[in-house]
Design a protein around this ligand. Structure first.
Ligand code: URP
Ligand code: ZN
Length: 567
């Protein structure tokens, strides 16, 4: 592991405090504009043409490049004690690698052991992460047991510690049963938090593992055999049914199959608020069941149709989030499961490669446009975890978390060049169009012309307030965005208004944003001239999969999601 770069004292940073990015294409989820972006003291201060700015400001020429909101990876597991070992990328190495790939905020999971205090574990995570993180971070909290103390501590975490999401597992030794899931989801709703689930049927998996071992199956192929697609889809359905019973919004954290997606789509069609996330490895690779290094849960599917089905779900806004589930174990740790597939530590890398791989498989292949890319890699996470518009958009008043993305350059992913502690890379050899030439983290240039200059401790913990208006109060957004559109509010006032929305628990949700929530001055949404029409695009999995397939995906909803009125 390389030696951490120490934080630069503030008095030495003055030359870095002002920055103007010129001549680039500013991409928001609602559209693309050619504008300059002026940053001061870590905040976007002006967007437009012919800006009047102070002398001495550093200029970055972004001609031919996209100016994207920094990625938000909503699913990482840094220095995570799991399956008898610890994931090797810690909060320093993990966030440094995130920045190298164009991600400027991660949300990790506080993971107590069964029976441990979730509050104590939260403090433990804060202690290990606060001084190490190179970019901002937030925390979800996992509920690995259920009792009155957990319920009380959830309240404390929401009201005093900036937590607004809790994750329940339907598999593993620490899974909750249906009654516990019911109570936990109900508690989430009552707190204005978002319930998330790892959806796989743990009881069936346990029985399948027993059976496979009795049949003499010991190799890694046993992993996917014990966790077929139907085992995931059943749990997704059950989670939706339970969430519906308690009228709680729900996020399915790990959609790996079309079958699971169809369940979510049906729940959404019935008016339920259900969001879905898919991980970068599931979106880009077909699993080889005999390879120990790609073992994760749910499994990387060997079904060759799985990735394209997931892209279809993303393009049609059934799924809104893309994460990495970054949870890395070295080869020697993976070898703990040699001779017993159920002991292979679950998890793969992805935090560094997520943006490039999603760009390659989504935008470069013509399936989605840059605005939808921004939505699924940044904006939607900011909205669901309630840090929008501070994060997730290029807007006046937002944090200067920005990526200058060169779509004309290529990179080849390799463990030889990655910035991770893990000693292999599941995307080894994948050629991706799109390179983050500059990555600006809270106003500081942390990738400077492709040179990584991440700083330990530069990031901070970002509180994620409860009652995310995009989940819990969409009708209140209508009025606020209307005022914004009419010029009554500027971006900063908009942000303040969003933060102050008064909340009454709702049981009837509208899953889309009002039309007035888009088209703000910094994100006017017309399709730029020359931009590809993706309606008849062609999808192809890269050659390194050994399987060349082409199929057409018709995008059912406009890129940017159903809420967009510009397409
Ligand atoms: O394989 C994975 N993802 N390991 C980490 C635990 C989880 O499922 O999130
Ligand atoms: Zn995970």
């Amino acid at each position: 592991m390389s030696t951490p770069v120490k934080k630069v004292p503030i008095h030495l940073q003055s030359s870095q405090n002002r920055l103007i990015i010129k001549n680039g294409k500013v991409v928001n989820e609602t559209g693309i504009l050619e504008d300059d972006v002026f940053i001061e003291d870590g905040i976007i201060k002006q967007i437009g043409k012919n800006l009047i700015i102070p002398g001495g400001t550093r200029v970055i020429d972004a001609r031919g490049r996209y100016i994207l909101p920094g990625g938000i990876d909503p699913h990482t597991h840094f220095e995570f004690d799991f399956m008898g070992t610890r994931s090797v990328d810690d909060f320093y190495q993990g966030t440094k690698a995130a920045i190298a790939g164009g991600t400027t905020m991660i949300i990790d999971f506080v993971f107590p052991k069964k029976g441990e205090s979730i509050l104590d574990k939260y403090h433990e995570y804060r202690q290990k992460a606060d001084d190490k993180v190179c970019c901002d971070y937030g925390l979800h909290v996992c509920l690995t047991s259920w009792n009155d103390r957990v319920r009380d501590e959830m309240k404390t975490l929401c009201q005093q510690h900036g937590v607004n999401s809790f994750k329940m597992f339907m598999a593993y030794d620490f899974m909750l049963n249906d009654e516990e899931l019911y109570s936990a989801m109900e508690a989430c709703k009552n707190l204005g938090a978002l319930a998330q689930v790892h959806a796989e049927n743990g009881s069936i998996i346990r029985k399948n593992v027993e059976k496979l071992k009795a049949q003499g199956v010991t190799g890694p192929e046993g992993h996917e055999l014990s966790r077929p697609e139907s085992v995931e889809a059943e749990a997704v359905n059950r989670a939706c049914v339970i969430a519906k019973a308690v009228e709680a919004p729900l996020c399915i954290d790990n959609v790996t199959t079309g079958e699971s997606g169809e369940v979510i789509k049906e729940a959404q069609a019935n008016g339920q608020i259900v969001y879905g996330a898919s991980h970068v490895h599931n979106l880009s690779m077909i699993g080889n069941p005999n390879v120990i290094y790609t073992i994760a849960s749910p499994p990387l599917r060997s079904n060759p149709e799985a990735p394209e089905k997931l892209w279809d779900l993303i393009a049609s806004d059934v799924l809104q989030l893309t994460g990495s589930d970054h949870c890395t174990f070295k080869k020697e740790q993976k070898a703990m499961g040699q001779g017993d597939f159920s002991k292979i530590p679950n998890g793969v890398n992805g935090v560094e490669s997520r943006m490039a791989v999603i760009w390659e498989k989504g935008v470069h292949s013509g399936l989605i446009d840059p605005s939808r890319f921004v939505a699924i890699t940044s904006t939607n996470a900011a909205k669901l975890f309630n840090v929008y518009p501070r994060k997730g958009c290029i807007a006046v008043g937002s944090d200067a978390d920005i990526v200058i993305w060169n779509p004309a350059k290529t990179q080849t992913i390799s463990a030889q060049t990655h910035h991770l502690a893990v000693d292999f890379n599941i995307f080894e050899g994948m050629v991706c169009h799109g390179v983050p030439e500059f990555v600006i983290v809270n106003g500081r240039v942390c990738v400077d012309d492709e040179n990584l200059r991440a700083v330990q401790g530069h990031g901070t913990f970002v509180e994620t307030p409860v009652n995310a208006p995009f989940i819990y109060a969409p009708e209140k957004l209508e009025e606020i965005f209307e005022s914004k559109k009419n010029g009554v509010l500027d971006e900063v006032e908009l942000h303040n208004k969003l933060a102050k929305i008064e909340f009454e628990p709702k049981t009837c949700f509208t899953p889309t944003l009002p039309d007035s929530a888009i088209g703000t001055p910094s994100c006017r949404g017309a399709r730029p001239e020359g931009q590809r029409n993706i309606q008849d695009s062609t999808f192809s999995i890269s050659e390194e999969m050994d399987t060349e397939r082409k199929s057409c995906i018709k995008v059912k909803n406009p890129p940017g999601g159903k809420s967009s009125g510009f397409w």
